[in-house]
Design a binder for this molecule. Sequence first.
Ligand SMILES: Cc1cc2nc3c(=O)[nH]c(=O)nc-3n(C[C@H](O)[C@H](O)[C@H](O)COP(=O)(O)O)c2cc1C
Ligand SMILES: [Fe+2]
Ligand SMILES: [Fe+2]
Length: 401
Amino acid sequence: MQNTVKINEDVTYIGASDRRLALFENSYPLANGVSYNTYLISDGETALLDTADASVMQIFMENLFYALDGKKLDHIIIDHMEPDHCASLGLVMENFPEAKIYGTMQVKKMIYQFYGVDVESRFVTVKEGDTLTIGKHTLQFVAAPMVHWPEVMMTYDTYDKILYTADAFGVFGALSGNLYADETDIWTADLGEARRYYTNIVGKYGVNVQNVLKKAAALDIKMFCPLHGPVIREDLGYYLDKYDKWSSYTPEDQGVVIVYASIYGGTENAVEVIASKLAARGIKNIKMYDVSKTHVSELVAEAFRVSHLVLAAPTLDAGLFPAMETFLLEIKRKNLCKRTVALVENGTWAPAAAKEMTAILESMKDMTILPEKVTVRSTALEADTASMDAMADALAASLNA
Ligand SMILES: Cc1cc2nc3c(=O)[nH]c(=O)nc-3n(C[C@H](O)[C@H](O)[C@H](O)COP(=O)(O)O)c2cc1C
Ligand SMILES: [Fe+2]
Ligand SMILES: [Fe+2]
């Protein structure tokens, strides 16, 4: 049975949620699924904003026919040509052979790449500032390259003052009846999930997000309609502020996150001691994560959140513990910058972990590595107290600076 929600007189939510998916993009664990949002504007003419993932294709198509209410589909707008949104495009194109397709130049090429069909005769290439009027509603296209993929654009409805934001302002998690962010705590109660979505999916492209935020600031926006998660119609400033912080790599919290690796517990014990020393210096809300037990996507999000990181790892085969290396390469890939890092290494015969961590950190932008390093040989002993105190002092001084 169809399951649609009227957003206003002319706009209907026709997306759906997949609650079975365990890993988004086969990479990011989902505790409670994900939604694939799709919208239909029904005015003098009709316009569909993106399609949906293959997992929800059937209900999406049912919703589309229901919302069309016997009208034909005139326009298909492709803001993002990634399969989680375009997997149903083939079916939509077949069902509505007369509908024109709108997208950036890259979209046409990608339709061919994904479907092997030439859509030249029905494709309208649009660029920044171009508009499409379908009655009262005029849709204005806002280029948003690399706000996930290069072909991405956002669509601004000048009549409703809705910005269709593609992957931006999305969040993991299925929708459970409540469509609006102000009706569900899916975004705000667990901001960690919104942050994990942003940092892992779009995090690398902060500069591009900043460019779009500047363009959005010039528009009068009443609502964000993203491709995942709830529709945002209240307190838009809150979400804009988060996106501004995340995309400018500005820490949200002056605080310490400790990410450690440990085989036998020696390194773990060392960071427990350091954490207590930090607490004794008045540092609150210290978070500690075992890199082997915590999904790297959560660690990436935490690294974006705070100003200071303590990274601790034993030496393995004259190199770095693999999960720690993965984490470091991941934050490097996401272009994380402007953080202060303290390093703890362990090794029984030739400690080399700090050198390896330093090499990766030095290849990142604006990372400050504190000179107060701790080197543990097998297990921390009383003799290590001085270096641990020095590290705790340096972190406390840097945090209070
Ligand atoms: C597979 C393996 C390879 C290791 N390679 C090195 C090494 O190259 N250099 C070194 O100093 N220690 C090496 N170690 C020893 C650990 O770094 C050392 O025992 C460390 O104290 C472990 O810390 P933990 O108690 O936190 O696990 C290796 C240990 C294992 C299990
Ligand atoms: Fe995407
Ligand atoms: Fe997406």
